[in-house]
Design a protein around this ligand. Sequence first.
Ligand code: AHR
Length: 521
Amino acid sequence: MLQIRRLMTVLGLAAGLGSAAVGAVEVATVIDTASPGVVIDRNIYGQFAEHLGRGIYEGIWVGPDSPIPNIRGYRTDVVNALKRLHVPVVRWPGGCFSEVYDWRDGIGPRDKRPVRTRMNWDDVTDSNQFGTHEFLDFAELIGADAYVSGNVGSMTPRDMQLWLEYMTADNGSTLAQERRRNGRDRPWTIRYFGIGNETWGCGGNMRPDYAADVNARYSAFVKAPKAMKMVRVASGASVQGGGDYLAFTEAMMAHRGETEALSFHYYAMPMGRPKGEALGFAEAEWADVLDLARAMEPMLVKVGGIMDRHDPQKSIPLFVDEWGSWYKLDRQALPGEHHFQQNSLRDAMVTALTLNIFHRHTDRVKMANIAQMVNVLQAMILTDGADMVLTPTYHVFDLYQRFAGAVPLPARTTTPDYAMAGRSMPMVDVSAARGADGRLHLALVNVDPHRPARVVTNLVGRAEGLLLTAATMDAHNSVAAPTAVAPRPVSVTRVGGRIAADLPPMAVAVLTVEIDRKDEK
Ligand code: AHR
């Protein structure tokens, strides 16, 4: 009987069978429509594309002569999938790769470009077929802003400045002329420029004060035409950096030179113990990874507290320019497979929980870049030769598009906890926001793999929405089953006239509500 009830709920058949879906835990959420927060910057849905594994080559770039359908070398299927997401910003070329990257290797005729060893992650070579022109044209093609990461670890401030001049000068300088000869007449717009990456680690193993000095020094030379309003991003802390991430943040804020933003990295991965499997994991690992994802929020509060002391006006935004899940990399030994991992329903939950955290910290968090775009770590998209698969993570980003530019509203949620193997967290996580057109958007995450939830709001009106769920914790999409995890309509009902949504176990739902303003409670 229990199984039949569960199946009914999973299928959405239980809606309307009384005050709650059969077997569902009733969760109340009160949306405070009178207390709007700071607008959700669309850049928090940004992405990161590094020269790592098959992230760039095969994932994005196959070259104009490839039998795989492409647009001037960019694979058509991936470009179209990214266009549907309206990716706001892409960070490139690293990551640690940026700290060994010489921009000059990636300009000029492709058949003349040097082949280099990727020093940081593996000893596979990089053909440099994808360089400055290919990246910036790609960003334009998908309609995203460019966030370029410069090399402070192994190149000089002058190298960085010359790269910027090459990309952005609109005058008669030798570098602007060279760019024109290489096929790009107009300068590109570089909205964001990163001064190094993880300077505490792969960017040079620097101590906090030294890293701050280096950042301040480079920032003095990193210039683009003023009208471009380019934001220079100081490379910030990570709890996974081994050192004290708060001391690092403190040092970067105390002496930040001319930088206009600070970055932060956090991966949902265990520290000091082995990483888990991407698939085939036990429930304890489900709870572990979700709890690791949730752990970013208190870190953002602490980092934000330090920033508030140095910058009470909040003029320096925080960019979480690397985040996501990181599992045991079983294909790591294979050439070119570095950092590939499958992506399951659990990653959809990591995504939704993390985006909800960003929605709660919009006063400071103005950009985030999931690691990574294609074929690397928590990828949006996986490719296998000519085939492409959209991951559960992709679908959550798609569902959350309606939050971009919306104004967050506090949600007070009364929910039981989900507890497993020493981990405990609220069973249902809620994020709410008001769009420019006045409609409300709700993101509801049920992390419990066993219990369905009926989430009863305080809103009266009409609602529709989509839901992502599956029957198993590690359900995933593959070439053989590309839609095993795909959005479908969410079951919306009324409790005492108020809008309620029925969530199966382990589900992410996004609702859009048109409130009858007179009845709003
Ligand atoms: O995203 C993979 C790697 O993780 C990046 O290169 C580095 O910045 C981080 O440690």
